[in-house]
Design a protein around this ligand. Structure first.
Ligand code: ATP
Length: 235
């Protein structure tokens, strides 16, 4: 469904991705793991058209979207939720969700999707009139994911949804992602929290310095001594 092949990204003199290849199939949650600066965020940015690669291709659902325009990529159903929960802080929860529908012509469909988000996330429903900036970190992360759901994604690109959240809140964000996936949306999940990500992922990739160093089923990665030592804090 998503096929990234031989991707190279340069930022001036920095070679951030070096021939990176990965795939995400329909119905999968794929974890993309790696330390600070490994190139995880860059991979998502290249997939969603925010960054133009210097080499390689990104194909989504048979469409070559390499270096494509972000709104076109979104309209195809490949939806990026960037790092740092960028909710609009002076807009209400409801207005934030409505913004997710800006590319959707059918407003009745948008209302249906927003209702579904409220069903999935009753905490947001209770806070629909509250300003985004006054939500807790976890609620803002839920809102950022909820807004992405209103765009009607077929695949979500999630950048460190656990960042800065307490462990219990991380667990509920991961549960939400698993539930969205169970309803048919594929997910490429960038995480520094390898334990959380491998808890819900089917497969995973580990990258270092812009290169893929390991990949396999999540259960295998969880037991791989190299992953345990580098990303799961040893045993
Ligand atoms: P983190 O977990 O810290 O977010 P990451 O794995 O997401 O890290 P990237 O943000 O993709 O890593 O960065 C990969 C490399 O590219 C790093 O060396 C980073 O400094 C560099 N880089 C990223 N964005 C830019 C930019 N806009 N200009 C210059 N260099 C950049």
């Amino acid at each position: 469904m998503l096929e990234i092949s031989g991707l190279d990204v340069h930022y001036g003199g920095v070679h951030a991705l070096r021939g990176l290849s990965l795939t995400v199939g329909p119905g999968e949650i794929v974890a993309l793991l790696g330390n600070n600066g490994a190139g995880k965020t860059t991979t998502l940015a290249a997939a969603s058209g925010l960054v133009r690669p210097s080499g390689g291709t990104v194909v989504f659902d048979g469409h070559d979207v390499t270096g494509g325009r972000p709104h076109r990529v979104t309209a195809l159903g490949l939806v990026h939720v960037p790092e740092g929960r960028r909710v609009f802080s002076t807009l209400t929860v409801h207005e934030n969700l409505q913004l997710g529908g800006y590319l959707v012509r059918d407003q009745a469909e948008v209302r249906k999707r927003i209702d579904r988000v409220y069903e999935l996330l009753p905490r947001l429903a209770e806070r629909r009139a509250q300003q985004g900036g006054t939500l807790s970190g976890g609620e803002q992360q839920m809102l950022a994911i909820g807004r992405a759901l209103v765009t009607g994604p077929r695949m979500l690109l999630l950048d460190e949804p656990s960042m800065g959240l307490a462990p219990l809140v991380v667990a509920s964000v991961m549960e939400l992602i698993a539930q969205i996936n169970a309803e048919g949306t594929a997910v490429l999940l960038v995480e520094q929290n390898a334990t959380a990500a491998l808890g819900i992922a089917h497969r995973g990739y580990v990258i270092e310095n812009g290169e893929r160093v390991l990949d396999g089923p999540a259960a295998e990665l969880r037991d791989d001594p190299r992953v345990v030592e580098a990303y799961l804090g040893g045993v």
